[in-house]
Design a protein around this ligand. Structure first.
Ligand code: FES
Ligand SMILES: [Fe+2]
Length: 344
């Protein structure tokens, strides 16, 4: 039987959101590395300079248009174009032309880049606006109590049909945790609120609900919390309690209006290697279990919502409007609820 085509265009209505998005794991980018990227519908080049600075530029050389990510090399702080050897600074300025005694004024667009929490982030804004917030440093990473997530506890999935809004909405969707993630129960909605670029949502549930023992809950069910904090639509930090202390950093980077690269990193407190590898496997599997739904769904701007879902879904969608270009009018006009704290 033929596979039905994905419903093209249904995510495009939302458009590519602005904010900070992951473009690399820091540890994968060594000084001198040059990597071609394609995100936000654009061709880009990522490189690390001799002194260790991560740089993202538009991909194409101002001279005759070579892609700097294919054959470009790093010389000190600059990238050298493979076609005729022109060199470009991290700011995208022409530093030298090997066969001329002048430089050109043309500039390659330089992207805003940060390195926080072992991740290289690029700021995307369709109008080129400057960043309006910064990614927060994770205290767990600074504490030294958690095992580094690179290389075995982080993963990317190259092209998933998903809009960045969807995983953020998932944090505010208790019912899917039973049906997709096999929780056995629908979690109870706890506190949720939005605060400028942040949206925080808490779910209460039982690990191992209804089962005498599982590998995670050998002594029987355990009360737990899932506290998810989104910073814009590109990064969600989820803390789990009730099990071995674990923090998950996850989200997606738009490739185009329909597809994203999905990523996750699992931070597990040091001390129990077997539990750690079990948790890593568990969270990788849970990430993938959402994909088949996302692959084929459409975005419903005005869904019918029962009581459990209505307030939180309205809140998360109203909050998300600040990161989206023109979208469905009702969501654009929804009240922002900024700073509101609410209980179900
Ligand atoms: S195209 Fe880059 S130096 Fe000529
Ligand atoms: Fe999910």
């Amino acid at each position: 039987m033929a596979t039905p085509p994905v419903r093209k265009g249904t995510y495009s209505e939302l458009g590519i959101p602005w904010g900070w998005f992951r473009v690399a794991w820091s540890a994968d980018l060594k000084p001198g590395d040059v990597v071609p990227l394609h995100y936000f519908g654009k061709d880009l080049v990522l490189f690390r300079t001799g002194t260790g600075r991560a740089v993202v530029l538009d991909a194409f050389c101002e001279h005759l248009g070579a892609h700097l990510g294919f054959g470009g090399t790093v010389r000190e702080e600059c990238i050298v174009c493979p076609f005729h050897g022109w060199t470009w600074t991290p700011e995208g300025e022409n530093q030298s032309i090997p066969y001329a005694d002048h430089v050109v004024r043309g500039k390659i667009r330089a992207w805003r880049v940060r390195e926080v929490n072992g991740i290289v982030w690029a700021w995307y804004h369709p109008e080129g606006d400057e960043p309006t917030w910064e990614i927060a440093t994770l205290p767990e990473l600074m504490s030294g109590e958690y095992a580094p997530f690179h290389p075995d506890a982080c993963r990317t999935w190259e092209s998933v049909r998903v809009h960045p809004l969807q995983p953020v909405e998932n944090t505010a969707d208790p019912a899917h945790i039973r049906f997709i993630h096999g929780a056995g129960m629908i979690p109870e909605l706890g506190e949720f609120y939005s605060d400028r670029h942040r949206f925080v949502c808490t779910l209460r549930y039982q690990w191992g609900y209804g089962r005498e023992s599982t590998w995670l809950t050998p002594e029987g069910p355990v009360d737990g919390l899932l506290i998810a904090e989104s910073q814009g639509l590109g990064v969600i930090t989820t803390r789990y309690t009730g099990i071995w202390p674990t923090v998950q950093i996850t989200g997606c980077t738009p490739i185009d209006e329909e597809h994203s690269e999905y990523y996750t990193a699992v931070l597990v407190r040091e001390g129990n290697p077997e539990t750690r590898s079990g948790l890593i496997r568990h969270f990788f599997r849970e990430v993938e279990s959402d994909f088949p739904i996302w692959e084929h769904m459409i975005h419903r701007p005005h869904p019918p919502l029962p009581r459990l879902e209505s307030k939180i879904m309205r809140t998360v969608r109203a909050w998300s409007r600040q990161f989206l270009p023109d979208g469905p009018a009702d969501e654009r006009n929804a009240s922002t609820n900024e700073g509101d704290r609410a209980e179900r």
